[in-house]
Write a protein that binds this ligand. Sequence first.
Ligand code: NAI
Length: 742
Amino acid sequence: MNIKNVVVIGSGTMGSGIAAQLCNANVPVTLLDLKTEISEKAKKKIFESRPPLLIDKSKIDNINVGNIEDNFDLVGEADWIVEAVVERIDIKHSLYDKISKARKSNSIISSNTSTIPLKVLSEKMSPEDKKDFCITHFFNPVRYMGLLEIVSEEVNDAKKINFLKIFCEENLGKGVIICKDTPGFLGNRVGVYAMQVAMTEAIKMNLSIEEADAIFGRPMGIPKTGVFGLYDLIGIDLMADVLKSFLKELPSSDVFHEVAQEIPLVKSLIQNGYTGRKGKGGFYRMNKHDGKKILEAINLKNNQYSQSKKIELDIDEKINLKDLVSRNDKYGNYAWSVISKIILYASSLIPNVTKDYNNIDEAMRLGFNWAKGPFEMLQELGIKFFVEKDNNLKMNNFIKKIYNEKNDNFYGQRQIYTNLETLGKVKQLAKVKNDNKSALTYTYKNYKIVEFNTKANTLDYDSMDALKKASDQNLIIINEGMQFSAGVNLNYVMDFAKEKNWKAIEKFIHHFQMTCKKLKYSDNLVVTAPSGLALGGGFEVMVQSDYVVSHTNIVTGLVETLVGLIPAGGGTKQMLWRWMQTQEAKQDPDFAPQKVFDIIGYGKTASSPVEAMPFKFMLDKDKSIMNRNKLLSVAENLINEKKNSYSPPKEPIFKLSGNQVRDKMYLTLEKLFKEKKIFDHGIEVAKQLAFVLSGGNTNINKELSEDDMYALELEAFIKLIQMEKTQERIKYTLATGKPLVN
Ligand code: NAI
C-alpha cells in the first residue's frame, strides 16, 4: 500500500484543513465540492489563512480543485478518499454509494464525522467497502491540532488501518489514537462533557463567566480561553448540534445527560445570532464605546452585557491542583466540583469505551491542549485525597479498585498510542538531575535534556543556570508544553525595573549571554528541538546552539523591539554574523547590518521552518519534521551522528563600519518617521539597535570580538529598559498580550 494521491470531498473548514495538511506533506490532493467555485474559494482561503494552514505557500498548487459531477473520476485514481461534507447522513450515504462505484480496489475511504457512528455510516455498504472504511476524525485547525482519532471496527482490514495510522503519524504529523465506535470517541466524549460541566457548574454556583474562565483555564492546565471563551471560538450553534447528537446516542443512564440539557440562555443567544466569534458575539463580544473597542461579557442571570472584568486569583504561576481544589472559597469549590466530576466521568468509561485510560489523557492533550488529562489529574491529587475529600463522592469501579489497592502509582506508561520514543515517555525513564523552579534537567542515555517549565516557558536566571550546568554533556533542549519559549520573562525583568535595580538586570542579561556562549563553545553538542513559539530569548537560545531540529509548526523571530527593547542575549550579534556570511556581505560591509536592522527592527517572525530560512532564522544544516513526537529521537540521532567529529566553532571577528552604516540606517528611520510608520519611541529603540549593529564607535578597519558585541547589546538593553516609554510598553504587553503602538 501507498498513499500517493488523495481526494478530499467537501471543502469546508475541515476538508480544506485536511487538504492543506496533505499539501504540507507533499502529497498531491484534490478537493471536490458541489461546485468548483466552492472548492476554488476554499483554496484561496487556505492560501490566505491566518495562522497559515500551509507550511510553504508556494506549494499551494499541490492542491487541485474540482466538483463532484465533472471530476468524480479522480476518485478512481485516489489511494485515500476522505469525506468531509456536512454532517448529514443522507448526503454521506449517497456519496459513499458513488465512491464505491468509482474507487479502485485497495483504496481507503474515511469520514471526518464527529458525531455519526461508524456502523450507521457504513450500514449500506458492501462487505468489501466496509473492510476499507473507517472514521478519521481530525481536529480544527488541522495543521495545528495534534490529535487524529481513527475509529475502526473488527470488520476492517487491520493491516490497512495500521498502515493509515503510520502514514498519518509520519507524514501528517498527528498523534493517532485508535478508538472504538462509541459516541464522541475519546476526545469529544470527555472534552465536551468537561465543557458542559464547567458551564453548568458555573451557572449553579453563581460564578460569572470571567470567574469560570479564570479557573477552568490556566490554573487547571487548560488553555486560557476557558469554557465560555472556547464555546465562542467553536460556535455556540455548533456545540448545540454536538450536544443533541450526544443525547441521541448515549443511554439515558449516562451522566452526560445531566449536563447536556438545553440552557435557555444558550438557546436565546443562538436565536439572536450570537453564535460566538463568527456571529455577532457570544458569551463575550466586542463593543464600541466612544470609538473605543471594549470587550464585554454576558451576565448569566440577566443576559445583559457589561465590560469584562479581569479576575485576580492570587495563584502561583505553577499549576497546583491540590492547592486549587483545597481553596476555601467559591473558586476552590468550583474547581473541585468540575475536576472531580470530570475524573469520575472519564474513569467511568474504563473499560467499555477504552481500556487504555492513558489514551483519554493524550486525547485531551492533543485535541484540547490540556496540560494534563483527567487520569494524570487524579494521579497528581492522589487517590486517597480524591476519594476522602468529599463524603458524597460516588466511586465507580475504576476508582474503587485503585482506592482499595491504595495504588497511588497506578498510572504506568505514557503515550502508549505511539511506538515512537517520545519526550513524554523518556521523561518517565530518565533521571531528573536538577530541579530548579524554571527548568528540569534529565539525564538519559549519553546526553542531557533540558525542559523549561515556566508559564509559556519564559526565561529567567534559573532557566539559564539549568542550561549552563547541563552543557557539561551533549545536550538536547526540548519542550513538551505548547511553547518552546515565548522569550525572556518580562515580569521578572520588570520587578527589577520597578525598583530601579539596573545592576540585577545587567547581571541577568550577562548571565544569559554567557550561557549562550557556553552552549556555543562547549566541547559538547547542543541541539535545540523546539516546537510552538521560539521567540525573543527563546529564539536566542535556539540560534546559538549547534543544530536545530524543529517541528514544522514552529514560530520563530526576534520580537523585542515590539516591547521597546532589543535582543541582548546574543540574538542581534548572531543574526548579524549569519548575514555577514552571505555573498552580498562580502561585497558590501554595510549589507548585513542593514538587513538585520530591517528584520529585528520590524520584529519579523516566521510561522514555519520554510518561512524561517529566507530570514536565516534557520539554516540548511538544521532539520524540520512534521511529527512533534519524533523531535527527541531525531535530535538524539543527530548527536550520535555528529559527536565524534564535532569541534566547537571558532569565535567570529566583526568588522563593521560604525558611523558610516549608522547614517544609512538613520536615513531609513527619517523616511519611516515622515511616513508615520514609526513614532518617537520607535526611533529611540531603532537607534539603539543601529548602534549595536553598526559596531558602536568603530570603523571598518577595527576588529570587534564576540564579547565586544555582547557588551554593545547589553549596554543598549540597559539604556532602553531604563526608559519610561519602554516600561510602559512592557506593562501594556504583559496586561494584554499585545504590543503597544505609539
Ligand atoms: P462545513 O460546513 O464547513 O463544510 C462542508 C462542505 O461540504 C461545504 O463546503 C459544502 O458545500 C460541502 N458539501 C455538502 N454536500 C456535499 C456533497 N454532496 N458533495 C460534496 N461536497 C458537499 O463543514 P465542516 O465543519 O468542514 O465539517 C465537515 C465534517 O467534519 C462534518 O462531518 C463534521 O461533523 C466534521 N467535523 C467538523 C469539525 C469542525 O470543527 N468544524 C471538527 C471535526 C469534525
